[in-house]
Design a binder for this molecule. Structure first.
Ligand code: SAH
Length: 244
């Protein structure tokens, strides 16, 4: 991909530039496991294993990672044998992702393009689509869900993860993570943009995807460890499949 090509999202307004700017400002630190992105590094092996548990082997699968950032999940799926394309609209993050790929030798095709534009150009082209920790950063998450559904092949998997919206998630994801433990910069997340599993399930259904598995991801601040659980009250993952 030509790194200097202009971003291709002219046909969508589903972008919050302030959100992209937040990620661009931190872009150089994507691969520093002690940086603001530490939580993503910490959860990555768990979510990869969870994806493998649902979809089976990634070997030879065509995978699209929507909102890939610096490529933490994208590279890990490529290492697991998938042929991965990563898309995002924060150009600086994609530059970091491409450079990291050169260093690690893990091939991922990174493109600056919106999910909606990608969907209009490549409908039904991917075995698996992942969209993790991204929906809570866009004005219209339902439009991203629809784009993911359009991008995946009939019968293919789409994996989402995001933050639930309730007093506990406010306390843990914002007060705890941004103010008390300072794991994330203040302002990383907006409470109003959090998404209840029932709301995500409704968008998923509307887009022609079937919800298959809902799981929680729990953080224990004492042990500093994450685990996949049944508790979806803060972080959660939803595995879906396209029906036809
Ligand atoms: N999915 C990655 C990164 C999560 S951070 C992971 O889980 O490791 C959220 C990402 O969403 C950032 O890289 C940000 O640039 C991207 N993003 C925010 N709004 C977007 C939009 N409208 N289109 C594409 N990507 C977007």
């Amino acid at each position: 991909m030509n790194a200097t090509a202009p971003p291709r999202h002219s046909n969508t307004t589903n972008v919050d530039q302030a959100e992209l700017d937040k990620f661009s400002a931190l872009a150089s630190r994507w691969w520093d496991p002690e940086s603001e992105f530490k939580p993503l590094h910490a959860i990555n092996p768990l979510r990869l294993e969870w994806i493998l548990g649902q979809a089976g082997s990634l070997a030879g699968k065509k995978v699209l990672d929507v909102g890939c950032g610096g490529g933490i999940l994208a590279e890990s799926m490529a290492k697991a044998g998938a042929q991965v394309t990563g898309i995002d609209l924060a150009e600086k993050s994609l530059t970091v992702a491409r450079l990291h790929g050169l260093e690690s030798g893990v091939p991922v095709d990174y493109q600056t393009i919106s999910a909606e534009q990608m969907a209009s150009e490549n409908p039904g082209q991917f075995d698996i689509v992942t969209c993790m920790e991204m929906l809570e950063h866009v004005p219209d998450p339902g439009s991203i869900v629809q784009a993911c559904a359009t991008l995946v092949k009939p019968g293919g998997w789409v994996f989402f993860s995001t933050l639930n919206r309730n007093p506990k998630s406010f306390l843990f994801a914002i007060v705890g993570a941004e103010y008390v433990l300072r794991m994330l910069p203040r302002g990383t997340h907006n409470y109003e943009s959090f998404i209840k599993p029932s709301e995500l399930a409704a968008s998923v259904r509307k887009a022609g995807l079937a919800s298959i598995t809902l799981a929680g991801m729990e953080y224990n601040p004492i042990t500093d460890l994450y685990k996949i659980t049944h508790d979806t009250s803060v972080n959660y993952l939803l595995a879906t499949r396209r029906e036809n």
